[in-house]
Design a protein. Structure first.
Length: 255
């Protein structure tokens, strides 16, 4: 069931989203050659502590996971698409890093992700990240009252496919609210004019996940969480929590 949020609830979600934005900004600033993924996780934890917020990631255990998630960020490097567990791995020059983070404040959740390169970037990685951001922006622009979920999916997928990238099969965006994952699912590819109508008060996480090699398949790492490209190519992940309103889409996790 899709819960429509009141304007007051959307304002409260914006407060949670602002914390997520601060955490991602702090992590991006701290990320450098030689810094470990665990150190980046601690940076995000400190932002949450200072804001008196909690993490919807920490201890999360969906049906596909064999163990609860042990961190407050997902840190996915190079061929890892999403759900990377922060480890002692130290970042190397040219690593492509995707960071996903959430915050819960006063019972409301915000969820967002960024991708960036540490040190000297490859031109191909910058193009991949720029395309992921364009796909996210296209999805947000389609998130208007009167459109349908398929319009968002089509907008995201069209940008990805036209650039020659793969789209992670079976994963996409989702509703957000009192819980991190709510109805409706928001695919990263679809047909325009299809699916659930968008109404004022719906809040969605729109999150393109692009695979550089152009294929859609992936596999789960032995840790039970990290999803990696089958062809070993790099991946990028971007995400915002967005409210559907009568005056247009409202980004709740702006950085």
């Amino acid at each position: 069931m899709v819960e429509l949020k009141t304007d007051t609830s959307i304002d409260a979600m914006h407060e949670a989203g602002r914390i997520v934005g601060r955490a991602l900004t702090a992590v991006r600033a701290a990320a450098d050659v030689g810094v470990s993924l665990l150190e980046l996780d601690e940076v995000a934890r400190e932002v949450l502590r200072e804001a008196r917020a909690t993490s919807p990631f920490l201890g999360y255990r969906p049906s596909f996971a064999s163990t609860p998630f042990p961190a407050v960020i997902c840190a996915s490097v190079n061929d890892a698409i999403v759900h990377g567990i922060p480890t002692r791995h130290r970042l190397r020059d040219g690593d492509l890093v995707s960071i996903d983070c959430g915050a819960e404040l006063n019972g409301w959740v915000g969820d967002s992700a960024i991708s960036f390169v540490v040190g000297t970037p490859r031109a191909a990685d910058l193009r991949l990240i720029e395309t992921a951001e364009r796909a996210l922006n296209a999805g947000i622009e389609a998130a208007v009252v009167g459109n349908r979920i398929g319009d968002i999916a089509h907008a995201v997928g069209s940008v990805c496919r036209s650039a020659g990238y793969g789209i992670m099969d079976g994963f996409g965006g989702h509703g957000v609210g009192r819980r991190m994952h709510e109805d409706p699912p928001v695919p990263n590819e679809g047909r325009p004019g299809r699916g659930l109508p968008l109404r004022h008060g719906m809040v969605l996480a729109i999150e393109p996940m692009l695979i550089a090699g152009g294929r859609d398949d992936y596999h789960t790492s032995p840790d039970g969480w990290t999803l990696r490209t089958n062809d070993g190519s790099r991946a990028a992940h971007t995400e915002h929590t967005v409210a559907i309103t009568e005056t247009g889409p409202r980004i709740l996790t702006a950085r």
